[in-house]
Design a protein around this ligand. Structure first.
Ligand SMILES: *Cc1c(COP(=O)(O)O)cnc(C)c1O
Length: 386
């Protein structure tokens, strides 16, 4: 990328392999959910390395979260606890089902949901907990399971940032929670354009999600044309959704998955390089994963130190003037009009999320960026901050 070109904060890396696989799909005549989606689900399970897992491809992580909560029976009168420091998708699906959202504050270091505050937020109406592995660092799932299990609560992981990440040496997706949902949105660690994967070991829940993924029909389109029953016959057992992934998207996913180990290496390399290059500046760099654990490095979120002589908004502006894209992850949900007004939320109720929000920005981190691209970001930060 030349000095003049705008450097975005994220960009997918797609190559000839994806193009060839899409072309193969188009030529096959089977463009909606079919053989490639099935192969993608199988490859994903192989990647996670757990034969007991059901992996269901869906057209977004939002869809996957909705399906999982629905399958676990979340409904009107229930409460689901999640973090205020997330994208609205994590919480909106709870409202789709008529349940209430209980937002809690984050740990000031990891920026993941704080289990101590989760414990305080549990009521007799609480049905589930939805942690987010913020930026690709695993949330404290063991602590959440310790709260959830004796009370019969479900834990559904929003793992949109966490492919691949580990907790206690195990890949997110194979932990002891009830379901895990990954995103393949364009800026995530791998992409299908739009897409997601919902993963569970619970046979009954997997069956329900499979039915609800496609109109509440008892078998998907691919099966319909291959089973012994006549092709035209199907049964509707519930008012389901339209959440299936297309084979065109699955074709991209199959190739992205083969590249994921290399993508991870590149992200780890860039994250380590940022940490070293930024250490002298009035910034707080994001925490590494604990020793022996994997951080997926979906985002590189820096925070301005109190002694920096510039505001976060000014820093974003000055980086933008130098052609460097940034973003803020996230404007906390308690600040969004819908959530704020519905639950009468005030910034003082979420001091850690507030402090992080006021000082944070996400700087460019994507596999296709060159070392020179990164040097540009580092030099700009040095220029602006010293
Ligand atoms: C991207 C994202 C989602 C939604 O993913 P989609 O695949 O776009 O539906 C949900 N939660 C978090 C934390 C995300 O970053």
């Amino acid at each position: 990328m030349s000095q003049e070109a705008f450097l975005p904060f994220a960009l997918p890396e797609l190559g000839d392999e994806e193009i060839a696989e899409i072309a193969d799909t188009l030529k096959s005549g089977w463009i909606t959910t079919g053989p490639k989606t099935r192969r993608f689900e199988e490859s994903f399970r192989t990647f996670l390395g757990d034969e007991a897992l059901h992996c269901l491809a869906v057209n977004s992580a939002t869809a996957g979260l909705h399906l999982a909560l629905e399958a676990f029976g979340v409904g009107p009168g229930d409460e689901v606890i999640t973090t205020t420091h997330t994208f609205t998708a994590t919480a909106e699906v709870i409202r789709y089902l008529g349940a209430d959202v209980t937002l809690v504050d984050i740990d000031p270091n990891s920026l993941c949901i704080n289990p101590l505050l989760v414990e305080e937020a549990i009521t007799p109406r609480t049905k589930a907990i939805v942690p987010v592995h913020y930026a690709g660092l695993s949330a404290d799932i063991p602590a959440l399971l310790k709260l959830a299990r004796p009370r019969g609560l479900k834990v559904i992981e929003d793992a949109a940032h966490a492919l691949p990440a580990t907790s206690e040496g195990r890949l997110v997706g194979t932990l002891d929670s009830d379901a895990t949902v990954f995103s393949f949105y364009a800026n995530k660690t791998m992409t299908t354009g739009e897409g997601g994967m919902v993963v569970t070991r619970d046979d009954a829940v997997a069956k329900r999600m499979k039915v609800m993924r496609l109109h509440g029909i008892d078998r998907d389109a691919f099966d319909r044309f291959r089973s012994e029953r006549p092709a035209w016959y199907y049964e509707v057992v519930a008012p389901g959704f339209k959440y299936n992934l297309t084979d065109i998207a699955a074709a991209i996913g199959l190739m992205q998955l083969t590249k994921l180990p290399r993508f991870l290496q590149r992200r780890q390399y860039l994250a380590a390089r940022y940490r070293k290059a930024l250490q002298a500046l009035p910034l707080v760099c994001p925490p590494d994963a604990p020793e022996g654990e994997v951080h997926a490095w979906h985002l590189y979120v820096i925070r301005l130190s109190p002694n920096a002589r510039i505001t976060r908004d000014e820093l974003i502006q000055q980086l933008s003037e130098r052609g460097i894209g940034t973003s803020v992850h996230y404007i906390p949900l308690h600040r969004q009009p819908y959530w704020r007004d519905l639950y009468e939320l005030k910034p003082e109720m979420f001091p850690c999320s507030e402090a992080a929000y006021q000082s944070m920005l996400s700087i460019p981190l994507f596999t296709a960026m060159t070392d020179q691209d990164q040097d540009r970001v580092v030099e700009a930060l040095h220029e602006i901050l010293t």
